[in-house]
Write a protein that binds this ligand. Structure first.
Ligand code: ZN
Length: 77
């Protein structure tokens, strides 16, 4: 079950809630710090990728972003 980040508008606390895809649109999570229901869902997908370890491939192969391998006229890699 994916985790979703929420930000409390009352006390600016950030917390995570596990919700199913069916629940996420109707869920009304309550801030565990102050009990406020005035919470906004954050960008869970970015954090979800980061938590799973991400990947270190974006800069490991060298060269510019335009050369996906092989010769590149931009960086001559
Ligand atoms: Zn709060």
């Amino acid at each position: 079950m994916p985790k979703y980040n929420y930000i409390c508008h009352t006390c600016a606390n950030r917390f995570e809630v596990r919700l199913s895809y069916a629940e996420v649109d109707t869920a009304r999570p309550v801030c565990p710090d102050c009990g406020s229901a005035d919470c906004e869902r954050g960008l869970s997908r970015i954090n979800f990728i980061t938590e799973s370890g991400g990947n270190g491939h974006s800069h490991s192969s060298g060269g510019c972003s335009g050369c996906a391998g092989g010769s590149c006229s931009t960086c001559a890699h």
